[in-house]
Design a protein around this ligand. Structure first.
Ligand SMILES: [Zn+2]
Length: 483
């Protein structure tokens, strides 16, 4: 597989430390609120990546953290504590908030066919591991104590800015507007590994440490969790592009200083979902969640389809109009698959292998999901049996996870039921889309014709036409459809 690597700024052949095995880590949600659909775009694309790797024959160990402690709203060491903010807003304890929104996150994932990673670790569960890492960083001179907190000293690194796609000054924490500079820091990008003093005196979760009672900084949790469950060599680290700096940059700084060797070889960043007014956020405009989309009648999988239609490294613009287009395309695709006959022919292995190889190659080109979706249309057009087409579509859907065969089977069953429910009287059968009122009108038209009341028959036909219904006379009856 060829995959863009944010650390080298180029598309390169994906290689793993142990051949055939992938150690994969994903930055998980901060569970102080519902995830918005922009956050979920990242999880959808990471899910497709994981499933593709398994499909391509790799054995994958995927680990994800749940940020249930700390995490400040500015994504730096300043700003507000998101977990505390959530607890205050809802008059609950921090742990109650964490449990509630962790469950809500996985509910959303289930609706979007996002597989749960092999290991999911709440940050609060590995405090001893962070303390061990921070202790070693202090011993080896990569960290220092100041004002009661432990800081990472970024001046000790020859190369700190790893994802240097941006102007360093723009990224520098201290110069951001409205951010109070922490005067304990020796260098403006130094970051906290362990807090004992912060402006959040009412921090609910605190642990004993060699430096006093306190809590870990945000970045250390991902290094600690990954090293515990992925080992010392990580093949693939994923996250939203807004995590690249400072979060991932700091993860690399502390992990490599701790380990004494390179840590993660490949970085996968999913770009933003924007609205017409700019980057989506929880505080701006309508708060777009999966539940909101459902309440408006959208199938969450149509949103997944919407995401798959565009490349993960391009910003995607969300609007209801764009989503409606995706819904129409998704439903049409399901309709075409439903029209295939499972009993038609046998699976042609040669055709199957040919299309599968094409799909592997297209998706293996930097996870080109829109080409992956196009592959399904290619299969539908192929000159082969319906059985082969259905086998291929089911196979591709192991990666795309659009529930295509299930939806098509449901539609087939629905259509069959509608056909059964159709009216038969005096040897005349009306079939349609399963609306008894329309069936009855079509039957009345037949009765009128039989009684030679052609004016009445035409009137009924016109009435149906006005409702957008077209009648076709067929042998032994009539069928109707909405046009
Ligand atoms: Zn992380």
């Amino acid at each position: 597989m060829y995959l863009y690597n944010s650390a080298t700024h180029k598309k390169e052949e994906f290689k793993t430390h142990t051949p055939g095995h992938v150690e994969m880590y994903t930055c998980g949600p901060t569970v102080y609120h519902f995830a918005h659909i922009g956050n979920l775009r990242s999880y959808i694309m990471e899910d497709v990546l994981e499933k593709y790797l398994r499909y391509a024959g790799y054995d994958v160990n995927r680990v994800m953290n749940i940020t249930d402690v700390g995490h400040l709203t500015s994504d730096a060491d300043e700003g507000e504590d998101k977990m505390l903010k959530g607890a205050k807003r809802e008059h609950k304890t921090v742990m109650e908030i964490a449990q509630f929104y962790t469950d809500a996150f996985f509910d959303d994932c289930r609706k979007l066919n996002i597989k749960t990673p092999d290991v999911v670790q709440p940050a609060t569960g590995l405090i001893d591991d962070y303390i061990r890492i921070v202790s070693k960083l202090l011993d080896t001179g990569y960290a220092y104590l100041a004002g009661g907190n432990v800081y990472f000293d970024t001046s000790k690194l020859s190369r700190y800015y790893v994802f240097n796609d941006h102007d360093e000054e723009d990224l520098a924490v201290g110069v951001r507007e409205g951010v109070e500079e922490d005067t304990n820091k020796r260098n403006k990008n130094d970051f906290v590994l362990w807090f004992t003093k912060s402006k959040f005196e009412d921090q609910a979760l605190k642990w004993d440490s060699p430096w006093g009672v306190g809590y870990p900084g945000w970045h250390i949790e991902c290094s600690g969790i990954s090293m515990k469950y992925n080992g010392e060599y990580l093949d693939l680290h994923c996250g939203g592009v807004d995590n690249a700096f400072p979060h991932h940059t700091n993860e690399i700084a502390q992990s490599e200083s701790y380990l004494g060797h390179p840590w993660c070889s490949h970085w996968f960043h999913v770009h933003h979902l924007n609205t017409n007014d700019g980057k989506m956020s929880k505080s701006k405009g309508e708060f777009l969640t999966v539940s909101l989309l459902e309440s408006k009648g959208y199938d969450p999988l149509a949103y997944r389809y919407f995401c798959l239609q565009s490349h993960y490294r391009k910003a995607l613009v969300f609007s209801y109009e764009n989503l409606d287009n995706a819904v129409a395309a998704y439903n049409k695709l399901v309709g075409r698959i439903a029209a295939l006959k499972p009993e038609d022919g046998d699976v042609d292995q040669a055709v199957f292998d040919e299309y599968k190889a094409k799909f592997l190659q297209q998706m293996g080109n930097d996870l080109n999901t829109s080409m992956g979706v196009t592959s399904i249309f290619d299969v539908l057009k192929a000159k082969t049996s319906d059985a082969t087409k259905l086998a291929l579509i089911g196979d591709f859907d192991r990666v795309l996870s659009l529930s295509l065969l299930e939806k098509a089977a449901a539609k087939r069953a629905e259509d069959a039921k509608a056909a059964q429910a159709a009216k038969t009287e005096g040897g005349y059968t009306v079939t349609g889309e399963g609306d008894p009122a329309i069936d009855a009108l079509v039957m009345q038209r037949y009765e009128a014709k039989k009684a030679k009341n052609f004016a009445e028959a035409d009137r009924i036909r016109d009435e149906l036409k006005a409702q957008g219904i077209e009648i076709t006379d067929v042998k032994g009856g009539a069928s109707w459809k909405r046009v």
